[in-house]
Design a protein around this ligand. Structure first.
Ligand code: PHE
Length: 373
């Protein structure tokens, strides 16, 4: 028997065994026997190195061909066995698509965040953009630029948290006590080109060293600012009234403006809305002087003081406007019937899952800014 017929016989036998292999382990064993390090076909391949060039020219392709046939046969059989294994698995496994899917744990949106989104949505419709400023402020932006000089008594009323550090201009650093410094930052940002009309709101956190059932050391305000050449107090009243009507989704909101004092506005007014008590709950709406009604203060406002405009780089003989500030937490409590402010910031998961909102409950004017989760 010649070498090559011996090889043919061995090859045929290997191919037959491969074809008959009925699991992947057997297949692998046959592969190792032929093509493994010690495999017979591998050994034959190694003899090529010792052959004369002429011999190698005929033996090389022949042996390569044998190896290719073995490799192909292994691949083919492997595909057949794997398909069969999958079939068997599918036949025993049952997938019931009617079973409820396991519920993934879902967070909720804090009522303050929800109300902030509602506020931004309403003011966006009135043409106001959202502006932001840092919570760590310097005393110039928080006080001086707002016409509260170092000796101004209003500074003391703010119960300010100060840092030891000072900024490059030697101003003391502090946690902002109100969102009003965003007025200055916004106007300064625009005054480089001699001023432009402004319509912004600035929602965010503010800090005062104060703590009881209705005060927390951190709380939320939203500032509003409208600057133009002909803005007057009437625009302020209309804007606030329109805002409250949209927020509380009621047409019978009555706004009362009371003369007041803020260093950064002149004249200054505080605004109240009428409300009634229904089953121990304050419900906004109606005239505050009507039977069973009263007034609730919601914020401060006024026409921007000339000195503030000057500090921010606006010419007060050309520009004027209104500003207001109101407490967001207060609005959230009123709108969604929560009565303890401290619970807002306790981080109790049970409170949040009760009062929180679904992340999909996006406030829109058309869909109702107050859709309840
Ligand atoms: N910054 C004031 C406060 O926190 C509110 C306010 C803002 C008043 C803007 C007038 C104008 O009490």
């Amino acid at each position: 028997m010649t070498d090559s017929s011996e090889h043919e016989a061995k090859l045929t036998q290997t191919l037959e065994r491969l074809h008959a292999a009925d699991d992947l382990d057997t297949l692998e064993a046959i592969r190792v026997e032929a093509l493994g390090k010690q495999g017979w076909l591998n050994a034959l391949m190694k003899t090529l190195g010792k052959m004369s060039p002429e011999e190698r020219q005929t033996e090389g392709p022949r042996l390569q061909g044998m190896r290719a046939r073995v490799a192909d046969a292994i691949e083919d059989r492997k595909a057949v066995l794997e398909a069969a294994a999958l079939e068997a698995k599918l036949a025993t496994e049952i997938l019931d698509l009617t079973l409820p899917a396991p519920q993934a744990p879902q967070g909720s949106v804090h009522p303050v965040s929800q109300v902030m989104d509602e506020i931004a949505e309403i003011f966006a419709d009135l043409g106001f953009a959202v502006a932001t400023g840092p919570e760590i402020e310097d005393e110039w932006h928080n006080f001086s630029a707002l016409n509260m000089a170092e000796t101004h008594p209003a500074r003391a009323e703010h119960d300010t948290f100060y840092f030891h550090d000072r900024d490059a201009d030697d101003h003391r650093m502090l946690l902002r006590t109100h969102t009003s410094p965003v007025q200055i930052r916004t106007m300064k940002g625009l005054s480089a080109n001699k001023g432009e009309p402004v319509r912004i709101i600035a929602p965010g956190r503010v800090y005062r060293s104060d703590s009881d059932a209705t005060h927390t050391p951190m709380f939320h305000q939203v500032e509003g600012l409208a600057i133009d050449r002909d803005i007057h107090l009437g625009h302020l009243k209309w804007t606030l009234e329109t805002f409250f009507k949209a927020l509380f989704e009621r047409d019978d909101i009555v706004l009362r403006l009371r003369p007041s004092y803020f260093p950064f506005t002149e004249p200054s007014v505080e605004f109240d809305v009428g409300y009634s008590n229904e089953g121990g709950r304050r419900v906004v709406g109606g005239h505050g002087d009507a039977e069973g009604h009263d007034w609730m203060e919601l914020g401060g406002s006024g026409m921007v003081n000339r000195r503030v405009l000057e500090h921010a780089g606006y010419d007060p003989d050309e520009w004027q406007g209104f500003a207001f500030g109101l407490g967001i937490d207060r609005l959230a409590m009123l709108k969604y019937g929560m009565n303890d402010l401290r619970a807002f910031f306790d981080g109790d998961g049970r409170w949040l899952s009760h009062y929180g909102f679904s992340p999909f409950d996006q406030p829109t004017l058309s869909g109702g800014v107050g859709a309840r989760a």
